[in-house]
Write a protein that binds this ligand. Structure first.
Ligand code: ADP
Length: 188
């Protein structure tokens, strides 16, 4: 299995690049943000609880997202591999992911971080907010909070994967195809 963690701050382009990658490599896209938004739209209890946190730009509890990923992995045991987008976001999530993959006799192949400056990210997210309908993309303070959460809680995962020799960083600026080419070169 080829299992890639697509990493980076909000607005770095993880979702867009994930969609391009799964097509080319026949992988399954697992985005915890998308999964949480589906729960929210379906009006489930989990979705309603998550909404409050998401709309403030705060993280949803680890157990919730780990449980969602566990379900998806268990129901796709025969996949070619997975692209993890927006997960893991904390060390606890990264450890849980390693363990879940071990149960499937596989592991993370690599983590690739898309890098971009905060000002560019804020601009992209506000632009996306115009038609995404996402409340968390429409308010500058919420966006800044998400960037802060990324710096404080998530960015440390770079060293988690670096220690395992699985970390690569690429420039997230440029056209979709330029970034996609860099990504493919990094994955090999
Ligand atoms: P972005 O990367 O643009 O912030 P996501 O769709 O990945 O968008 O995440 C949106 C929101 O969903 C986050 O701000 C957070 O509230 C919640 N969320 C998504 N993934 C996770 C996760 N792995 N752990 C905790 N919360 C998450």
């Amino acid at each position: 299995m080829q299992n890639i963690v697509l990493f980076g701050p909000p607005g770095a382009g993880k979702g867009t690049q994930s969609k391009m990658l799964i097509k080319e490599r026949n992988l399954i896209h697992l985005s915890t943000g998308d999964l949480l938004r589906s729960e929210k739209e379906a009006g489930t209890e989990l979705g309603l609880k998550a909404k409050v946190l998401m709309d403030q730009g705060k993280l949803v509890p680890d157990e919730v997202v780990i449980g969602m990923i566990r379900n998806k992995l268990e129901s796709n045991k025969d996949a070619n591999g997975f692209i993890f987008d927006g997960f893991p976001r904390t060390e606890k999530q990264a450890e849980a992911l390693d363990q879940l993959l071990e149960e499937l006799n596989t592991s993370i192949s690599g983590m690739i971080a898309l890098e971009a400056e905060d000002e560019e990210l804020i601009k992209r997210l506000l632009e996306r907010g115009k038609d995404s309908g996402r409340a968390d993309d429409q308010n500058r303070e919420v966006i800044e909070n998400r960037l802060k959460v990324y710096q404080n809680e998530t960015a440390v995962l770079k060293s988690y994967y670096q220690k395992q020799n699985k970390f690569t960083s690429i420039n997230g600026l440029g056209s979709l195809d330029e970034v996609f080419n860099r990504l493919n070169a990094a994955i090999g």
